[in-house]
Design a protein around this ligand. Structure first.
Ligand code: G3D
Ligand code: MG
Length: 180
């Protein structure tokens, strides 16, 4: 079962240690994704005020992944983390049709933030293991992803719970942020 560490072995070159930010509405699966990405090689972790940060170590560099809580009350604090952000992992609950427009608003706010200008965007259509969820192309349409023309972006269906689809997305992302 290939994980992020296996994938990272192919990427020796980053200009700096990359910081990945996991964002999305509450209940989308951000913490589950972080847990999945970090596997067991975690050197620090600590939930503080709805925030989990994990450092994934690979020979020569480390990757910091921060999962910021999606609750409305703490969204105002997100921008503190934007300065150091090299890539956005935006997690969508594909089973939550009712909140897809809220999701869209949240994403638009991110994309309009000057601090996140040009930062590559990986959208995960999560919970694809559940029956009857929104398909990847429906999410692409509802989030108007095809209108994005100021950065690299891609969308992958995944299940953070089962671990499917995640590495396909990470592979795309690492290609974008590595210097080769
Ligand atoms: P958040 O950190 O974005 O708020 P969590 O979301 O990671 O805490 O996940 C919220 C709930 O969704 C959890 O359920 C979690 O197990 C579930 N979940 C996350 N990813 C998946 C997935 O890929 N498939 C399915 N079926 N469920 C998922 P609980 O019941 O623990 O609240
Ligand atoms: Mg969480």
């Amino acid at each position: 079962n290939m994980g992020l560490l296996d994938l990272l072995k192919n990427y020796k070159k980053f200009e700096k240690n990359p910081n990945l930010l996991i964002l999305g509405l509450d209940n989308a699966g951000k913490t589950t994704l972080l847990y999945n990405l970090s596997q067991e090689k975690i050197i620090d972790q600590g939930p503080t005020k709805g925030l989990n940060a994990k450092t994934i170590i690979q020979e020569g560099f480390t990757i910091n992944v921060t999962d910021i809580g999606g609750q409305k009350e703490i969204r105002q604090y997100w921008s503190y983390y934007y300065d150091e952000c090299d890539a956005i992992l935006f997690v969508v609950d594909a089973a939550d049709d009712a909140r897809i427009s809220e999701c869209n608003e949240q994403l638009k706010a991110l994309l309009n933030d000057p601090k996140l200008k040009k930062v590559p965007l990986l959208v995960y259509a999560n919970k694809s293991d559940l029956p009857g969820v929104l398909e990847a192309d429906e999410i692409m349409e509802k989030l108007e992803l095809n209108d994005i023309n100021d950065r690299d972006w891609s969308l992958y269906a995944c299940s953070a719970l089962k671990g499917t689809g995640i590495m396909e997305g990470m592979k795309w992302l690492l290609e974008k942020i590595s210097t080769k």
